[in-house]
Design a protein around this ligand. Structure first.
Ligand SMILES: Cc1cc2nc3c(=O)[nH]c(=O)nc-3n(C[C@H](O)[C@H](O)[C@H](O)COP(=O)(O)OP(=O)(O)OC[C@H]3O[C@@H](n4cnc5c(N)ncnc54)[C@H](O)[C@@H]3O)c2cc1C
Length: 374
């Protein structure tokens, strides 16, 4: 018993359905709608709000620490490593230009990597440091990383560590980013439908049948799947493993010296200041099998390891109280590169952003929107 108004405005068959309202899904819908203002674009999101990694992450606006980039170079070669750095750097610049530094809470307080005094990783990075900086220079037009061991005391970290810094990175507020982006997408005329879990996609000769939990079925001209770590729930053959990341946050610490974003232990741990306290995540490497899961949860061994790192490296001799713990699901696979490809005539997937979605999300979305027909 639908009225003509409902039929015309709310039940009009969508020209594009985007599945998943993370940073990739929202930007995909925005770019497509901008290019096709008269098309009906609908985002179907499983949660009551965006609920994936984009609202669970640590908010590092980063393009890669020296040890991460050197590991990528060893695994994939220099060109692949440099291409991804360039994408991440340009992605960050585009993100900041599109939404504005104030709206996303970007703080230009710098990115850092620390190494233990006798850590072989330190020797490895030190040996290849100048060559890495030289290789990065054409992308940034200047030197990127510099050593600054004196900053270890300045930030209150355990003495004896070595530290590399860059002034080109910094933390942002992922909640502010995502709510600003969601408002922008809705203002552009995209229909955001929360609490709609897509349970099936079927290609038809003239469109795609999109089945939603509860029995509703939409007929869309095109679909872009932006479900990242959950991609295999709809396309089991995609090489995307769920990868849980756990995080904790302390209460404000009087006199906290830490400022900026920090990577530690090959990037397996990452921490930053937030609201006068420390936000710390990582430790997936301690239980890779257990953390390969779609279940949002924290576990005692990993949370204990995070607290241990606070006590021994980040806040030595300072008492702290953990007031918040959470987890989020990333999408990872045999390659670090995201998958942006057409799965059928009318279905595109844009998934597997790894731990780089803040920087890469906007560019992956542009690519997906172009594939579907900007
Ligand atoms: C703990 C943690 C820390 C991180 N830290 C950083 C960081 O500091 N910097 C950085 O660059 N990256 C970081 N990342 C990675 C980054 O958050 C992701 O790469 C990025 O958010 C991925 O965005 P996305 O849009 O692809 O996916 P998501 O944000 O995961 O969005 C996917 C959406 O799809 C929805 N969905 C899933 N299945 C369905 C379905 N069947 N129907 C409808 N909707 C569905 C989900 O609810 C979700 O909202 C971190 C990730 C985690 C988990």
């Amino acid at each position: 018993m639908r009225s003509i108004w409902e039929t015309r405005h709310f039940h009009r068959p969508p020209d594009l359905v985007v599945v998943g309202a993370g940073i990739v899904g929202l930007f995909t819908a925005l770019f497509y709608k901008r290019a096709n203002p008269h098309h009906h674009v609908v985002i179907l999101e499983r949660g009551p709000f965006p609920s994936g990694a984009s609202v669970k992450n640590a908010g590092f606006a980063c393009f890669g620490s020296p040890s991460e980039l050197l590991a990528d170079e060893t695994k994939e070669g220099t060109d692949a490593m440099l291409t991804r750095v360039e994408n991440r750097w340009k992605g960050l610049l585009e993100l900041r230009a599109e939404l504005g530094d104030v709206a996303i809470g970007f703080e230009p307080t710098g990115g850092h990597e620390i190494y233990g005094a006798h850590d072989p990783l330190y020797t490895h990075v030190a040996e290849r440091f100048d060559a890495l900086n030289a290789a990065l220079r054409p992308i940034f037009g200047r030197s990127v990383f510099e050593w600054d061991d004196t900053a270890v005391a300045h930030f209150g970290l355990h003495p004896g560590h070595h530290l590399v810094k860059t002034d080109l990175e910094g933390p942002l507020d992922s909640g502010a980013l995502m709510s600003t982006l969601l408002r922008k997408v809705q203002a552009a005329g995209v229909l955001f439908r929360p609490n709609c879990s897509v349970v099936g996609l079927e290609d038809l000769p003239s469109g795609v049948q999109v089945k939603i939990n509860g029995g509703e079925v939409l007929r869309a001209a095109n679909v872009v799947l932006c479900t990242n770590g959950y991609a295999r729930q709809l396309f089991p053959e995609l090489p995307v493993e769920p990868a849980r990341g756990q995080v904790l946050k302390t209460a404000p610490i009087p006199g906290l010296k830490l400022r900026g974003t920090f990577h530690y232990d090959e990037g397996f741990f990452y921490f930053r200041d937030h609201d006068g306290g420390v936000l710390l995540g990582g430790g997936r490497n301690l239980d890779v099998a257990g953390e390969t899961t779609w279940e949002d949860a924290t576990t005692e061994p990993i949370q204990n390891a995070l607290e241990d790192l606070l006590r021994t490296v980040i806040l030595p001799g300072t008492s702290f109280q953990v007031v918040h713990r959470w987890s989020g699901i990333m999408g990872m696979g045999p390659s670090k590169s995201p998958i942006v490809e057409r799965r059928s005539e009318r279905v595109v997937v844009a998934v597997r952003l790894g731990g780089m979605g803040v920087a890469l999300g906007i560019r992956v979305a542009r690519q997906a929107a172009e594939l579907v027909g900007l």
